[in-house]
Design a protein around this ligand. Structure first.
Ligand SMILES: [Zn+2]
Ligand SMILES: [Zn+2]
Length: 335
């Protein structure tokens, strides 16, 4: 059992525990231990042999016991029990996700908006992971608290991107935006600006409690905008603390498939959105996916390897996931 496979088991345990409000702290402990494993990739066999699993950051006695079971048997009886309790038992149609084929993350933030690192730091981290490209998708102007970007600042950011690309050889920086889907489904930047960008992620951030039919109209309008490439964290949920938006998923996913708009699996443990259940529905309706970290700091790129089990559980084949495609095959990139 390698560290990434173990990270995914801990991540899924954290995810399932989050469904129970009483378990929120334990859920977080499992998620952060998963993150530590995905970041540091320790040799679990050796640590287990030396009785040192608790030396891993965030791993106490309880989590060490789960890890010991994983090293010894290759599976976790605790995870199996949780799955059964939640009515989500193992299925025989899970897909295989080969993370070594992951080409790049399409959703990330820098200190141009609410990220905690510069574009150069984010680019260097992506390059160190072997990524071929990175989508730089800061927030749009409406989100004032995070200093969202208007057309003028996007232009200034484009100049910085050129510089950073020169410094970090072999990594393509895709200039994008995470544009807010407004209450009526319009987007928070004019089409004339969006059409110049490589990647447009349209995300619902506010007014998620809209009545279902209004929310459906809002999402349908967003996926129908020809400049939109990806719907970011499509429900806006926060497992364990905030329910996501509720809308006619079937209708919206069908329309997304028709317009070639991909749906995101946002791997941030606070989001994990789409859920495997919704992703499975979207897959059946013909959608493609983008599996992103939504990283606000370099260490958060590790959210993807720790949460890749979500795509596997949803049975999504790798050829339906944008991040496994080479740069030349990303058709949404503005020419
Ligand atoms: Zn967002
Ligand atoms: Zn984001």
């Amino acid at each position: 059992m390698d560290a990434i496979a173990a990270a995914q088991v801990l991540s899924e345990i954290g995810y399932l525990l989050r469904q129970d409000p009483k378990e929120v702290y334990r859920a977080r402990a499992f998620s952060s231990a998963a993150w530590a494993l995905a970041l540091e990739r320790p040799d679990l066999e050796a640590l287990h042999k030396a009785n040192q699993l608790t030396a891993i950051e965030g791993v106490g006695a309880g989590i060490a016991k789960v890890l010991a079971g994983l090293v010894e048997t290759g599976h976790s009886s605790y995870l199996e029990r949780l799955r059964a309790e939640m009515g989500q038992p193992a299925r025989d149609d899970e897909s295989t996700i080969d993370l070594s084929a992951y080409q790049g993350d399409l959703h990330s933030h820098t200190d141009w908006s609410d990220g905690r690192a510069t574009m150069l730091e984010m680019a260097r981290a992506a390059k160190a992971l072997g990524y071929r490209y990175l989508g730089v998708t800061d927030h749009s102007p409406r989100i004032k608290v995070v200093n969202g970007l208007d057309a003028e600042r996007l232009l200034a950011q484009a100049r910085e991107r050129e510089q950073v690309e020169k410094e970090v050889e072999g990594l393509a920086l895709l200039q994008g935006i995470e544009v807010d889907i407004l209450e009526d489904g319009a987007l928070d930047l004019p089409d004339a600006v969006l059409e110049l960008l490589d990647v447009v992620i349209a995300s619902p951030h506010v007014k998620l409690r809209q009545e279902a039919s209004a929310m459906t109209e809002r999402m349908l309008r967003a996926v129908s905008n020809p400049n939109v490439d990806i719907i970011g964290h499509p429900t806006g949920r926060r497992p364990g603390s905030r329910e996501g938006a509720s809308y006619d998923f079937e209708q919206v996913f069908r329309q997304a498939a028709r317009h070639g708009v991909s749906l995101e699996i946002d791997c941030d443990p606070a989001r994990m959105d789409l859920s495997p259940e919704h992703a499975r529905l979207a897959l059946e309706l013909g959608c493609n996916f983008s599996v992103d970290a939504d990283a606000h700091a370099p260490a958060e790129f590790a959210y993807v390897p720790m949460a890749a089990w979500m795509a596997r559980r949803a049975s999504i084949p790798m050829d339906r996931i944008l991040n496994f495609k080479p740069l030349e095959a990303l058709t949404m990139i503005a020419k």
